[in-house]
Design a protein around this ligand. Sequence first.
Ligand code: KG4
Length: 338
Amino acid sequence: MSVIILGIESSCDDTSAAVIKDGVMLSNVIASQKVHEAYGGVVPELASRAHQQNIVPVVSEAIRQAGITKEDIDGIAFTRGPGLLGSLLVGTSFAKGLSLALNIPLLDVNHLHGHVLSHFIKEDETTEVPEFPYLCLLVSGGNSQIIKVNSPSDMEVLGQTIDDAAGEAFDKCAKVMGLPYPGGPYIDRLAAEGDATRFKFSKPHIAGLDYSFSGLKTSFLYTLRDEKKVNPNFVEENMADLAASLQKTIIDILMDKFAKAIKQTGIKTVAIGGGVSANSGVRNAVAEYCERRGIKAFIPKRSFTTDNAAMIAIAGYFKYLEKDFCDINLPPFARVTV
Ligand code: KG4
């Protein structure tokens, strides 16, 4: 018998709803919030209000585009956390209300697990999916982790950042360069035109498989401060080379530990996920590293790197198969708990 899951994502500033049937995506609707652009970052209170406005039309549109009725849905998956509490409350409350009204199971999903499992979203029956176990490099604005994925419900964090995430390094350095928020995509575009060997920034020396990006941020800031004393137009005149050198340093840091994890575990299937996995340099570095060593690499479509409900629906689908339903009283959580 077929299983149809409605996924709902509202952890930050995107309201999204998706429908998947037996793992195949039927719809994935995303309403991004433009209201934050003027503030240089996401304003939590404005985000929750925008979610409240968006949630009903976004869910209706996802159901319409999937060509189903709400009575066809077997389970509702929602992002329980981590994220902004006010934003999470909107999706969580909506999911609970709809599951009560339709009398169908509720499936709580950890947003990070959604990113890790996004490689199982099938666009049709021919989509290739990873085999377990695989290693996932999860890189976003809030996290940088190397995860050993043994099964959809069994994930081991082998390493993670002890301070800033890779996305924060992109965004904070971009801000110092005067670029809009979030700066990651701007750095990516500028880097394509620049010389990545022009500037050197400090790299961390951390034992094991953990990451650190706060030293790089400081080194970048001090370089710009010192150079601007000599030439006030230094940043404007060197935008592309600065972006390329910064991006290369972040990729070197990421790949150093990821390669170490691949060697230590001997695992031959890897994947990347999270907002920073949209970065052209990160994608190329992982693809090239794996190709040279006969390792199978799963690089997500760019539309699955940012927050989306299809990844929440697929993670919920696995839980549905396990009958791992959630209690209606379960509250959302803001911080990473796993
Ligand atoms: O996963 P995500 O959408 O949100 C979080 O859960 O944090 O990731 C957002 C992060 C931001 O830091 C953004 O700058 C970064 O992903 N990002 C990129 C690119 N696209 C998004 N960083 C570098 N290059 C990109 N092309």
